[in-house]
Design a protein around this ligand. Structure first.
Ligand SMILES: [Fe+2]
Length: 388
């Protein structure tokens, strides 16, 4: 079967990446950028200053849309698209973590395709490529700066829908670890576990290929090695650099192998409980979902255990599954992430709604084990809710 592999046309990684991205903006001859970011980064910690100063120096005009929330909504995409039009911007710079990137993709899609971002829910629904976009990443987890996925919250339906289309892959992804040293520990933990969940879901995915597997395994190795260090010491340059590569490699893997039930379920939890961090929800769900998946693909867990640092290289599949689940739980504990959805504030009453919506999420398609009924999906939610 023919396989596709999707990547941004250009990716710039490492210290000094932002400056190099500026040179590329000049080379492309862009006139005015819409910077898409959030209020905390723009007004509170003023992290956007370095970008704005650079643009001024390069004589590139800009307008700032800073109304992106942690789970970007249809209305935020619409407001950003209106601003882009009013300000006559010819390209987009997203600045932040997954939320600004996803919202910026939505804005770029609507700018070039018209209508509402709801029209593009699903796979390959766009007619034309989105507006050129530089995705400047300030966290190391979501991979959104380099993927063809945008996750948008539908406030009316209380759910999230993914837009999956190679036409909304950012033109240039920018991963500069110098922009990530300021990440607080909680965000470092959640985004790092998000990257781990991308790597594991991509590796056990039914769409995994020899092109996606090496990146997934190496990402797992780097997360295990450096996430606890970066959590305790955010200024540790080696740990930040490792996590930057980990999230990018995991992004390469899931951008092509897709994801599974952790994300299908997590999107729905986030759709109802807007203030919960995506990565933290994934971290909680992972041991339950992978215990469920291990029944279908136990052998895949031997490689995962090795990547996650198993000393004994001759583990049986059963021992490997046990090692991986124990390791994920230990990481969660070390990072002060709870072990159940109930501890995150999720309620039993939300489960039927979340389970039904999870089954409509395209991430379900590539999970290695499929539920046979909505009740089975509800049970998986209940296990994660109560911890059994
Ligand atoms: Fe994710």
């Amino acid at each position: 079967m023919a396989e596709y592999f999707f990547m941004p046309p250009m990716s710039i990684t490492g210290a000094g990446a932002l400056k190099s991205a500026g040179d590329e903006m000049v080379a492309e001859g862009y006139g005015k950028a819409l910077i898409v970011t959030d209020e905390v980064l723009h007004r509170k910690v003023r992290a956007t200053k370095v970008l704005m100063d650079m643009l001024t120096k390069l004589s590139i005009e800009y307008a700032v849309y800073d109304r992106v929330t942690p789970n970007p909504t249809v209305a935020e995409v619409q407001a950003g698209a209106q601003m882009l039009k009013a300000e006559d911007c010819d390209f987009i710079i997203s600045f932040g973590g997954g939320s600004p990137h996803d919202c910026a993709k939505g804005i770029g899609i609507v700018a070039n395709n018209g209508g509402s971002i709801r029209d593009y829910a699903g796979v390959n629904r766009m007619k034309t490529k989105m507006l050129p976009m530089f995705a400047v990443n300030t966290t190391s987890g979501t991979g959104s700066e380099m993927t063809r996925f945008a996750i948008i919250t539908d406030e009316e339906q209380q759910s999230k829908f993914p837009v999956v289309d190679w036409r909304c892959t950012p033109s240039v992804s920018v991963d500069d670890p110098e922009l990530m040293v300021g990440m607080p520990p909680g965000l470092t933990a959640a985004t790092g576990m998000d990257a781990l969940s991308h790597a594991i879901e991509a590796y056990v995915s039914t769409a995994a290929t020899p092109l996606t597997n090496p990146g997934a395994l190496h990402a797992m190795q780097l997360v295990v090695k450096s996430l606890p260090t970066a959590y305790k010491d955010g200024k540790n340059e080696q740990a930040r650099s490792d996590l930057t590569y980990a999230e990018f490699l995991a992004g390469m893997a899931f951008n092509n192998a897709s994801l599974g039930y952790v994300h299908a379920m997590s999107h729905q939890v986030g759709g109802v409980y807007h203030n919960l961090a995506h990565g933290a929800i994934n971290a909680v769900l992972m041991p339950y979902v992978e215990a469920y998946n291990a029944k279908a693909v136990p052998d895949r867990f031997i490689d995962i255990a090795n990547a996650m640092g198993a000393k004994d290289r001759n583990l049986s599949a059963e021992q490997a599954v046990d090692y991986v689940l124990t390791k994920i739980r230990a990481l969660n504990q070390e990072l002060n992430i709870p072990s159940t959805l109930a501890e995150l504030g999720v309620e039993e009453s939300a489960i039927p709604h979340m389970a039904a919506n999870a089954l409509n999420d395209p991430c379900c398609l590539t999970n290695p084990r499929q539920v046979s009924s909505v009740q089975e999906m509800e049970n998986l939610f209940r296990q994660a809710l109560h911890g059994n």
